[in-house]
Design a protein around this ligand. Structure first.
Ligand code: DQA
Length: 146
């Protein structure tokens, strides 16, 4: 089964960006980690990052009928994007929303996520380990349905 892993805006700067909040791992490190975990779980992954909302919408639309699930860190678009919410509704796939930081302990504007209205599972604050936990959840969810 193939899982689409989506990373939203500014996650390309992971490692340099506010390391006291997001840690020192780069997005390439996160990808390596995801690929290793996916291998162990028998999943294939498509790992993408974009700073452009429309590109994320396109990727999610294309996942419908072709991917088995979605792991998404929508980053700042969590808090603003009805378009990503609507694309996820269209995709009709098991969806795990992950945030590296504990958004509920941060600024008020990070407390609401449009994506959480459609996600089947949400994890915030577990650091980049959250990506691996998300893949684990998706592997189990996908094996239940197959
Ligand atoms: C984030 C949290 C968001 O509020 C923020 O805009 C991000 C990253 C996280 O992974 O903790 O870019 O999604």
């Amino acid at each position: 089964p193939r899982i689409l892993v989506v990373n939203g805006p500014n996650l390309n700067t992971l490692g340099q960006r506010e390391p006291e909040i997001y840690g020192h791992e780069t997005l390439a490190d996160v990808e390596t980690r995801c690929r290793r975990r996916a291998d162990q779980l028998g999943l294939d992954i498509d790992f993408m990052q974009s700073n452009h909302e429309g590109e994320i919408v396109d990727a999610i639309q294309q996942a419908r009928g072709t991917a088995a699930g979605i792991l998404i860190n929508p980053a700042a678009y969590s808090h603003t994007s009805v378009a990503i919410h609507d694309a996820l509704a269209f995709a009709e796939l098991p969806t795990f929303e992950v945030h590296i930081s504990q958004v509920h302990r941060r600024e008020q504007f990070r407390h609401h996520s449009y994506v959480s209205h459609i996600a089947d599972a949400v994890l915030a604050g577990a650091g980049t380990l959250g990506y691996e936990l998300g893949l684990e959840w998706l592997a189990e969810r996908v094996s239940d349905t197959n």
